[in-house]
Design a protein around this ligand. Structure first.
Ligand code: GDP
Length: 378
């Protein structure tokens, strides 16, 4: 039988395939043609070897951070966030070198429930500040990383305009899976940003959990972004958070929502009357804003200016920072003790059985605790 001459894409003849569908005309071919493979030529198809980044010495880090080289700054923050023992040592060296250059920024915490408009607000606020000659660092604590290992903040482009501005630096900060993690990593990241010359550092948290308490303990001023009528289920969270606020901002005060925000403003002023001040000598303020339109954003900066002026006059900010530094030291001691206790081999061996005995009620919790502590000591 003569070989059917089936044209290929380049017109060259092709031998008949081994199999054709029943009833297929001898030389009608298939609906699709298998293209001939192409042997790659040239360097473009060769996968380049992954470029390993050169290891930086502590002096390189110090130089890069002080020069505000944002790529070194990012790596320095990664270093201080690392839990690896070898990194911890270098991170401590770096922080010791940077310490004399820290402390000059205004440290501002900002929280609000998801959807309150935090990223919209920080973008407008940050741009307002950089246009006034400030340099702004934003550390956004990502609560999802503790639960899912992923990052909700990374899923969307947040603060796009601000992140493109060379006078601003935005960095998502993993929560590290524990409250201690938030405290240590974010605190140290604040110091690195200050040493790089940012004079306003904003720490953003999502107001749904305990992170606010940790953030309150590392900033000078705490701003709570609220929205009118967020529903009763949010009130519990709000109450605890409101008690920590120096400034409250009711956001989305625009369009049809404005009257509702004005009512919420009046209500909040009444509530604040009964609350203890979060910072001694400063009466918590509440105001309206529309982050989307930019209304009230400059007023928040003015309000913060008043707060810092009052805090400097009364000494409240200096006192707060001194207390925070000592509390931080104790937190680090506790973290270190906990790590060495649970990492101890003798404790690890006995822990399961003792936990069972305590859970079953055959061993008192105090006796269980003593047994484990003795195991570590012995
Ligand atoms: P986040 O989850 O707190 O960071 O909130 P986003 O900044 O992502 O804002 C959530 C939604 O609210 C977005 O669709 C924003 O456009 C919108 N939004 C933020 N601020 C305002 C505002 O001042 N007015 C109005 N009408 N919408 C706003």
């Amino acid at each position: 039988m003569a070989e059917p001459k089936l044209p290929l894409h380049d017109g060259r003849p092709q031998p008949r395939p081994d199999w054709v569908p029943p009833g297929c005309a001898q030389d009608s071919g298939f609906a699709t043609w298998v293209m001939q493979g192409v042997r790659p030529s040239g360097a473009s198809v060769v996968t380049p070897p992954a470029r390993k980044r050169a290891k930086l010495t502590t002096a390189d880090y110090v130089r890069g951070v002080r020069a505000c080289d944002t790529s070194v700054l990012g790596r320095a923050i990664t270093l201080v966030e690392s839990n690896a023992p070898a990194h911890r040592r270098q991170a401590q060296e770096l922080l010791a070198e940077l310490l004399p250059h820290t402390g000059r920024a205004r440290r501002i915490g900002l929280t609000g429930i998801p959807g309150a408009g935090k990223s919209t607000f920080i973008e407008a606020f940050g741009l307002h500040l950089v246009n006034q000659g400030h340099r702004v660092a934003v550390l956004a604590i990502d609560p999802s990383s503790a639960v899912t290992g992923g990052s909700i903040l990374g899923d969307k482009v947040r603060m796009e305009r601000l992140s493109r501005d060379p006078r601003a630096f935005i960095r998502p900060s993993p929560s590290g899976g524990s409250l201690g993690g938030v405290t240590r990593k974010t605190r140290e990241a604040i110091l690195v940003c200050e040493a790089a010359g940012y004079d306003v550092v904003i720490v953003e948290t999502v107001g749904v959990g305990q992170n606010e308490v940790a953030v309150r303990a590392m900033v000078d001023a705490f701003v709570v972004l609220m929205i009118a009528g967020a529903g009763d289920e949010m009130q519990g969270i709000k109450k605890g958070v409101i008690e920590m606020a120096d400034l409250m901002v009711i956001n989305k005060a625009d369009g049809e929502n404005l009257p509702r925000c004005q009512a919420a403003l009046a209500e909040m002023r009444r509530v604040l009357h009964y609350l203890r001040e979060a910072t001694e000598g400063w009466k918590t303020t509440v105001q309206l804003a529309s982050a989307l339109k930019g209304d009230g954003v400059a007023d928040v900066w003015t309000g913060l200016g008043e707060f810092f002026k009052t805090g400097a006059a009364t000494g409240a900010i200096t006192r707060r920072r001194r207390e925070q530094a000592v509390a931080w030291m104790h937190a680090l001691i506790e973290e270190s003790l906990r790590t060495s206790f649970y990492g101890c081999e003798a404790v690890r061996v006995k822990r399961g059985a003792i936990e069972h005995a305590v859970a079953d009620g055959v061993l008192a919790p105090l006796a269980g605790a003593l047994a484990l502590l003795e195991a570590q000591a012995g």
